[in-house]
Structure formats: C-alpha cells, structure tokens
Design a protein around this ligand. Structure first.
Ligand SMILES: *Cc1c(COP(=O)(O)O)cnc(C)c1O
Length: 398
C-alpha cells in the first residue's frame, strides 16, 4: 500500500510535486532540520539560532533594520502584525487592491479599526505610481499598503516609486512580499520600505508556519508614538522585540522546529546567492513560458509584469479546469493551482518557487500537460513544448 489509509498505523502522505501557489516543495536540508532535537526556547543555543536567523533575514530582505524577526504564524499573521502595529483605531490606511491578497489587507485593516480607503485595478494588472500618488494626496493616509507579488494574478508590482510618493506625503509604506521574497529582488532599504512581511512556504521553500517581518525607523517611531495598546496581544511588536532582542523576555514559546527550518532555508538562499537564485527563477520561467506557448497557452497577467515564480496562465478554450488539475494530481502527483476571483475556472497558477524552480519540474509538467491536453482533444504539435523549453535552456548556456 503506497498511500496512507485509515487503517495504517503510521503517517504516510504521498509524494507530490508542489507546483502551485504554495506551499512549495521543501528543500531536503530544511526537512532534515525539522527533525533535529528540540531545545528550550530560552536555551543559549536556541537564542544563538535566533540571532543567526535574524542576520540571515536581514541579508535576504536586504535591510539593516534592527527589528527583523519571524512572527509565529503564516504569512497572514505577518500581514496582521504589520497592520495592527502601525494602525490605531481611526487611522487612515490606503490599500491598493489588484487581487485576493490586497483584498485581504483591506479586511485586516478594517478589523484593526482603520478607516480604510482602497483603490483598485483589474486582476492581472498593476498600479501606476501616479494613480497611487494621486490617491495618497487626496486621502492623506497614515499607511499605504500594497502587495509586491500578487499570487492570485501572477503580477509583479514595482513599489519603489510608490514608497517615494508615500513619504513625500508623510505616509508610511507597508508591502506584502509573501511570494516575492527569495524569488525576485526585494530591496527593503534601497526602496525605503517602512514595514514588510513575508511567509516561509513560497520561494523560501520551507513549510508554512512563520512570517518574516521587518520594521524600519519610521515605522518604529510610529509604533513608539502610539497612544493605544496594539490591539493584538500575540502580535504586539513592542513585546515580541524584547524576546528577539536584548533581554529575551518570555512572550510566547517560539515554534522551535519551524525556526530551525527557516534558519536552514535562509542559509540555503544565501549559499546559492540572491542574484543567482533570481536568475534561476527567471530561466525556468522563460522555459515554461516557451513550452506553454507551443501548446497555445498564454498568460493572464499584463505583459512584462509576469512573476517568474507564479505563472498565471489562461486555460485553453474547451478545456475543463478541474479535469486537468485532477489528472495532474492523480496520474502524476503534480499540484498546480486554479484561478481565484474573476479568474476562477479560467486560469491555472503554476508555481516554480524556490527549490521547486528546477528544469526537471518544468519538463515533467510540460510532458504531463502535453499528454493530458492531447488526450482531451486540444490541438497542438506534439513534442513542441519540450523542444521549445529545451531551446531556452540551450540558449542560456551559450
Ligand atoms: C500566500 C500569501 C499570503 C498569505 O499567507 P498564508 O501563509 O497563507 O497565511 C499573503 N499574501 C500573499 C501575496 C500570498 O501569496
């Protein structure tokens, strides 16, 4: 019996190729780290591991921010941590919404008592700095929130210009890098980002469970000027920073094993090199794109804005979304994502994230799609997809 059944005594999940919007395939070294002996959360050895994790996080975020830590919780806890620490009831927050996660930020900000103003772009498109600048001038928010890599639409949103415009109006800028960190450049200090959060299970190739966050000087000042307590006890940075910082004051028990995993995942990123890692994501994306094009499959994301780690592509006419994804999973063990919101049933979301961004995964997925789509009667030249991907890899070597 290959798969677990209710009668089997030990846990035995099947092996999958996680090529969806996350979680992504975990690096073997990270999986091994999860099985290492537990330490107490105030053990000097664990404290040293926390220090290493902080230093690694600063390198990966490209920041010198002292308050750079991993929040216990998934990416959404990172979102909530940033919002509840910067927002006091009645503060105005401008949120840019061009997908599901911008929409989630609106909800989180509203629950934190913010007076939320949102501006919108259709799914697959990004914001022009000018239109965000206009909204900032008009509404004078305390915080501007925007998603850097919108996983629901596969669109990359440049944020450096928007950060400048926010600062000119005395506002803070907070960005979501859950899907961008470790896959495309994230430059917290160069772009002068005040607050940022991410997640572990996308391009860092770690299981879900921690949310790296970083707060810059302007954000810290805003936190220290607060007149009210942070609404969430669990996510109050003024308390959490005492545990990660100098006096190691007990706040909550750190998820020890997940912190090992993140430490190892970040170490792997630094060993590979950030630029090399971004180039690898780009190359595998180009190869996948060429292969899909050979089958007549294009992108649902605005041209030039496509994320290399999250390929949001249009399902060919006459092909049923659920049939293809079901067959990929059951016949090949491959998970890809379906479309969300206005793209439901119309798009697939193919993740080539972190450890999962590999030539063998591109080849496997293209071969599986060729077989399934061919059998379903979609017309294209058999063999052309893998050949087109091969050309991309060959020309990259030349
Ligand atoms: C996945 C994701 C989140 C939410 O993270 P969880 O770990 O699922 O809580 C937030 N923002 C973006 C852009 C994401 O891709």
């Amino acid at each position: 019996m290959a798969q677990s059944s209710p009668s089997s005594s030990s846990l035995n999940p099947p092996h999958r190729f996680l090529l969806g919007p996350g979680p992504s395939d975990v690096h073997p070294r990270v999986l091994a780290a999860l099985g290492m002996p537990l330490l107490g959360h105030l053990d000097p050895t664990f404290v040293a591991i926390m220090d290493q994790t902080q230093a690694l996080l600063r390198s990966v975020f490209r920041t010198e921010n002292r308050l750079t830590i991993a929040v216990s919780g998934t990416g959404s806890a990172g979102m909530e941590a940033v919002v509840v620490n910067l927002i006091e009831p009645g503060d105005k927050m401008l949120v840019c919404v061009n997908g599901v996660f911008g929409g989630r930020m609106v909800d989180v900000a509203g629950r934190a008592g913010a007076e939320v103003v949102s501006i919108e772009r259709p799914y697959g498109e990004v914001f022009d700095p000018e239109e965000v600048g206009k909204a900032i001038k008009e509404h004078r928010p305390k915080v501007v929130g925007i998603v850097h890599a919108e996983t629901s639409t596969g669109a990359l949103q440049p944020v450096d210009e928007i950060a400048k415009l926010a600062h000119e109006a005395g506002a803070l800028i907070a960005i979501d890098t859950v899907t961008s960190l470790g896959g495309v450049p994230v430059e917290i200090d160069k772009w002068e980002i005040d607050a940022v959060y991410s997640g572990t299970q996308k391009c860092l190739s770690c299981p879900p469970g921690l949310a790296p966050v970083s707060f810059g000087p302007r954000a810290l000042e805003a936190i220290h000027r607060r007149k009210t307590k942070v609404q969430s006890w669990y996510l109050d940075m003024t308390m959490i920073e005492r545990y990660w910082g100098g006096d190691r004051f007990y706040h909550h028990t750190a998820p020890i094993s997940m912190n090992y995993a993140l430490r190892e995942a970040l170490q792997i990123v630094i060993e590979e090199g950030l630029e090399e890692r971004f180039a690898r994501h780009k190359l595998n994306h180009e190869a996948l794109k060429a292969g899909l094009a050979a089958m007549g499959i294009g992108y649902a994301t605005a041209k030039g804005r496509e994320l290399p780690q999250l390929n949001c592509v249009t399902i060919p006419a006459g092909i049923d979304d659920a049939t293809v994804r079901g067959r990929l999973l059951n016949e090949y063990g491959i998970e890809i994502g379906g479309g969300l919101g206005s793209l439901k049933g119309k798009a697939w979301r193919i993740g080539l994230m972190g450890y999962g961004s590999r030539r063998s995964n591109v080849a496997l997925l293209l071969a599986a799609l060729e077989t399934i789509l061919g059998e379903l009667g979609h017309r294209f030249e058999r063999g052309a997809a893998l050949a087109a991907a091969g050309i991309v890899y060959r020309s990259a070597k030349a």
